[in-house]
Write a protein that binds this ligand. Structure first.
Ligand code: SF4
Ligand code: SF4
Length: 385
């Protein structure tokens, strides 16, 4: 079967334009035509408490257009995600407030999820992982729509439809998964098993403004001017790679999909819509993290990774000692010294959670940080502090 993807041009978050665009996308899915009494869960991208202009979280105006459309068809909406850090009502409240979702819920009547319970689900058909802890909030929905922000990702290469459901893993359980799967390709294979287990009914990608380079937190904000939708997450991501000029073979999540037979790079897709022929110029920049063109022998993986991938280091002038990185460090490599974060690179597994979650942009990635225990910046700081 040829999977279809619909991509439309949408240059900004103008409410009237978004309303028109989302009507076009949502009307393509027959199960959304009559929603009387149905609960529609919007699984958004809410990495952390950060304002919408930073292009890290799903934009509230795009969500408003979806919510209004669904309410107009008689449905009810619930907004949910599990941000980084402990999965607590207080963490959620702060993330909702700062990201504009609390105001959106007040204005539209959408419900914000505060249910932080989770349960175990078995995935017998998983190609790599067959058991996951997932948040209970998924059980409350008749229909699930994944609404990812279109961003690059230092570990998986791309954060879009194939990765949006990773947010159903509760808070610090994500740290355990990073520890269990330190290899980026293994981690991506695990994410795809999870995506299959808790598949959304459809995905709507917020690529009006996205992020390239070192996403998903501190990359470069890019006007992409697109909204995309489809049912098959890997195919949707592949289509987005084509229009934004990224080589899927350089993105771990796509390489994992190819490896496990979920897609092929040259597969046929039915891409429709005003944005289907667009080619972003210049193309999306990939994250700095090196990926292997072909898999090296397992015995060499550790050595090759150490010399070819970037490591994290702390900008001690920006670090305020909040401890978010330490709490989310899968390698237990971070300690606090004089209220500043310090990384023991011998323990670092390069999961990049510190880079993703630092609220102050104080974690940098560089090749030298991957090889040495103390960066030049740290030495200078220690001399002049
Ligand atoms: S590096 Fe960032 S997250 Fe870690 S303690 Fe410093 S400010 Fe907080
Ligand atoms: S220091 Fe950062 S990149 Fe290294 S294991 Fe800890 S969170 Fe992951």
């Amino acid at each position: 079967m040829t999977e279809s993807v619909h991509i439309t041009r949408c240059p900004d978050y103008d409410p009237a334009l978004l309303k028109e665009q989302l009507k076009e996308h949502l009307s393509r899915y027959p199960e959304l035509r009559e929603l009387k009494g149905k609960r529609v869960l919007l699984k958004v991208n809410l990495l952390k408490a950060i304002t919408p202009d930073r292009a890290v979280t799903t934009h509230p105006e795009l969500l408003r257009a979806i919510i209004d459309d669904i309410h107009g068809r008689g449905g009810r909406t619930i907004i949910a995600d599990s941000p980084g850090g402990p999965f607590l009502p207080s963490t959620l409240k702060k993330a909702y407030e700062v990201s504009g979702l609390e105001q959106l819920a007040r204005e539209t009547g959408a419900v914000l999820n505060y249910n932080t319970r989770y349960h175990e689900e078995v995935h017998p058909k998983g190609k790599f992982v067959k058991r996951f802890n997932v948040c209970d909030y998924l059980r409350d929905a008749d229909i699930v729509i994944g609404v990812p922000k279109f961003k690059t990702h230092t570990l998986c290469g791309l954060s879009c439809a194939s990765k949006i459901m990773y947010g159903v893993v509760p808070g610090l359980e994500k740290v355990r998964l990073h520890t269990r799967f330190p290899d980026p390709l293994d981690f991506s294979r695990m994410v795809l098993d999870l995506t299959e287990l808790v598949a959304a009914d459809l995905y709507i990608v917020d690529a009006v403004v996205g992020m390239d380079g070192n996403g998903p937190n501190v990359g470069r904000i890019r006007n992409v001017g697109l909204i995309a939708s489809g049912r098959a997450p890997v195919v949707l991501d592949l289509a987005m790679c084509r229009v934004t000029g990224m080589d899927p073979e350089k993105l771990n999540i796509m390489r994992a999909a190819f490896r496990d037979g979920r897609a092929t790079n040259d597969m046929r897709m039915d891409i429709t819509g005003s944005g289907s022929k667009m080619r972003l110029d210049p193309p999306f920049d990939l994250p700095d993290r090196a990926t292997f063109g072909s898999d090296p022998p397992r015995t060499l993986v550790g050595l090759v990774r150490r010399i070819s991938t970037k490591g994290p280091s702390i900008d001690l002038r920006k670090c305020v000692g909040c401890g978010v990185c330490m709490d989310n460090c899968a390698g237990k490599a971070i300690t606090m010294v004089d209220e500043k974060a310090r990384i023991d690179m011998s323990r670092c597994i390069r999961c990049y959670c510190c880079h993703e979650l630092c609220p102050h942009g104080a974690v940098k990635l560089s090749l030298s940080a991957g090889r040495t225990r103390q960066t030049v910046e740290e030495l200078i700081y220690n001399v002049f502090k």
